[in-house]
Design a protein around this ligand. Sequence first.
Ligand code: ZN
Length: 160
Amino acid sequence: MSFKKILKLGDPRLYKVSVAVEPSELESLETDIEILHEALMKFRALYGAGRAVAAPQIGVLKRFIYLNINKPIVLINPVLSEFSEKKIIVWDDCLCFPNLLVRVERSKKVKLSFWDMNWKEKTWMLEGDLSELIQHEYDHLDGILATMRAIDDRSFKIKI
Ligand SMILES: [Zn+2]
């Protein structure tokens, strides 16, 4: 099962738009969720960071995100709206380019709607760290990487 691993910056699959998950596919997501979990834990052990990973990052072009902060949760077919006018500037990183930081601008607050693994719709109001994180992960579902959102041509930094 673990032939799927995190794709690296430049892999053409990372630039594709993913398709919505159907309710009938819920069970078949389990294996991919395990792979996402393993990948996230491995990244955490190596780099001391990593809170979420999106399905396209392992080449599964479906609209779901695996989030693990205090507990694991799967965000299925997420929708973002009500982006705040107030922005924050962050140095963003990504499992697809672990040694690179990219300076990007994100909305400070955003509204997130998604379906969970019981196919219940949920809505969260996000702010700060979590808002910025989910905007990053959501971008993966549309084939957008943080490198494509760099504020300018000096917004790149190699981590030591
Ligand atoms: Zn990423």
